[in-house]
Design a protein around this ligand. Structure first.
Ligand SMILES: Cc1cc2nc3c(=O)[nH]c(=O)nc-3n(C[C@H](O)[C@H](O)[C@H](O)COP(=O)(O)OP(=O)(O)OC[C@H]3O[C@@H](n4cnc5c(N)ncnc54)[C@H](O)[C@@H]3O)c2cc1C
Length: 472
């Protein structure tokens, strides 16, 4: 079944024409309808077909976002929020056309409160922009998806990254936010207090809602102090299973590891060539510890011993910033390096996540499946969270290969769900994973649909995403 059949969106040509006229007049050059810019604002990162919006608006204020949403509500036209477009599941596609709301001009850092370890930003600020801004404060924002994503997009997808094992995901790091809802009204979901028991948790309802409930126009985020000392390194293993068992033991022993990433042998080959890393072409763990000088040394020693007990090593670690930066740059570039394993191919990135005790089993079964199905598909993962990515490299002009890859992904998603895990640890549902939501959450899908209908009765906020249509 085609992705669009799981939640089809009807096109409203008359309404779209009316809104195009209104927004052109209201925003002038900040409203674009050229083919190239419309395509850039649809899904471009994977093989999922591009479905372009009819126009792209570049608002600068919350009031302008309200105006856009109100015009779209009046004429029942879809509104699709857009950060930098790095999402991987067709999130920014416009299956029924409509207006893309690009937040890149809403890129002000509104406040940094070092005493409280928090800041308030507009949604178009990217994670790297924020960390550059914070550099002299001794603080940093830890959530680090591989792309330099916008903080609005990261909140909307409940993103995470290599640091999540220590600092949590966007779910734990957004204190409150302001959003324009489907009727054009704004809501601010909380204050700056670190915790609150004040009623329903609207912050967490909007975090992960993928633009289907409202458009985030500002976010208050938790910040962390830059640790006094950081140590890290790479540890090779004779097998993926040995590497995974080391991760499980490290987490179960409560070692406060800041990053622990699995890289399988094929991915290591890609990284060695692309990022010029000098490590063996075998499964490896990339590890980092944060704390005091003595603390990070002790953690590194203990981790080295666990690795050795599992047949791994030597664990070569360093506190030298440049060496660590090279390693983590290579890790963040893993997606791009893996594409070099099959020039011309497109990638399909999965992101299942399982309870840590099932991690080794899930990864080894998946590696066996890759080999049985004859796919080229390296593995890299946020192992400490039980989360890993398989990047299936495929020829998108070959329908048989697409079908085979989709079959593999379906088996992987169902394997993770059967292990009490999830089909998506961090990328979200978008269009690509709609078919797995009911398998994972059952009746929860109907509750979600009730919430969606209550808050967006005209179904204008990013329609065709997350929820399957009735009957699926
Ligand atoms: C190389 C690479 C590596 C990646 N690694 C990771 C990783 O390690 N961890 C991870 O979690 N993800 C990862 N991703 C996926 C992606 O970076 C994240 O999903 C990211 O959070 C998307 O942010 P964005 O600004 O690109 O959002 P977009 O792609 O522009 O939008 C994503 C979704 O959020 C909605 N949205 C955007 N802005 C707003 C807003 N202001 N209000 C409401 N809704 C909004 C959109 O409508 C859409 O549904 C990776 C992607 C790539 C290409």
């Amino acid at each position: 079944m085609a992705l669009s059949d799981l939640n089809p969106v009807e096109r409203n040509d008359e309404g779209i024409a009316a809104v195009l006229g209104i927004l052109k007049q209201r925003l002038g050059e900040r409203f674009q309808t050229g083919q190239a810019i419309r395509s850039q604002h649809a899904h471009t990162t994977t093989y999922i077909p591009t479905q372009a919006p009819d126009g792209v608006a570049f608002p600068e204020t919350t009031a302008e976002v309200q105006e856009i949403v109100r015009a779209c509500a009046t004429y029942r036209v879809p509104v699709i929020a857009f950060g930098v477009g790095s999402s991987l599941e067709g999130h920014t596609n416009a299956p029924g056309g409509g207006i893309s709301v690009d937040t890149s001009r809403m890129n002000r850092i509104l406040a940094v409160n070092p005493q409280d370890l928090d800041c308030t930003v507009e949604p178009g600020v990217t994670r790297e922009d924020l960390n550059r801004h914070l550099r002299d404060t001794g603080l940093f924002f830890p959530i680090d998806p591989g792309a330099n994503a916008s903080l609005g997009g990261m909140a909307a997808t409940r993103a995470s990254g290599t640091n999540a094992v220590r600092y949590g995901t966007m779910r734990e790091n957004v204190l409150s936010l302001t959003a324009v809802m489907a009727d054009g009204e704004t809501v601010t979901t909380g204050k700056r207090a670190k915790k609150s028991s004040a009623g329903y948790d609207l912050t967490r309802l909007l975090v992960g809602s993928e633009g289907t409930l409202g458009i985030i126009t500002s976010l208050t985020l938790k910040l962390q102090g830059i640790p006094q000392a950081i140590s890290g390194g790479v540890c090779p293993f004779p097998s993926v299973e040995a590497a995974c068992n080391t991760v499980i033991a490290t987490i179960q022993m409560g070692i406060p590891v800041a990053r622990i990433e699995l890289v399988n042998a094929l991915q290591m080959r890609a990284m060695k060539n692309y990022s010029k890393l000098d490590y063996p072409e075998s499964p490896c763990l990339f590890v980092e510890f944060h704390g005091s000088d003595a603390g990070v040394a002790e953690q590194a020693e203990t981790f080295g011993m666990i690795a050795e007990e599992n047949g791994g090593g030597p664990f070569l670690w360093t506190s030298v910033a440049e060496e660590r930066t090279k390693l983590w740059k290579a890790r963040h570039d893993a997606y791009w390096s893996s594409l070099t394993l099959r020039p011309g191919a497109k990638g399909l990135s999965t992101d299942v996540c399982v309870p840590i005790s099932r991690f080794a089993e899930c990864v080894t079964e998946t590696e066996a499946d890759i080999s049985k199905m004859g796919l080229i598909a390296p593995i890299v993962g946020h192992a400490g969270d039980g989360n890993f990515h398989v990047l299936v490299l495929m020829d998108v002009n070959d329908p048989k290969e697409i079908a085979l890859s989709e079959k593999f992904v379906a088996r992987l998603n169902m394997r993770a769900i059967a292990m009490d895990g999830t089909c998506t640890g961090e990328h979200g549902i978008g269009q690509g994973k709609i078919g797995f939501l009911r398998h994972e959450l059952g009746h929860g899908v109907d509750i979600m649909r009730t919430i969606k209908q209550a808050l967006d009765p005209l179904d204008i906020m990013n329609p065709g995403k997350i929820l399957p249509s009735v009957g699926h």
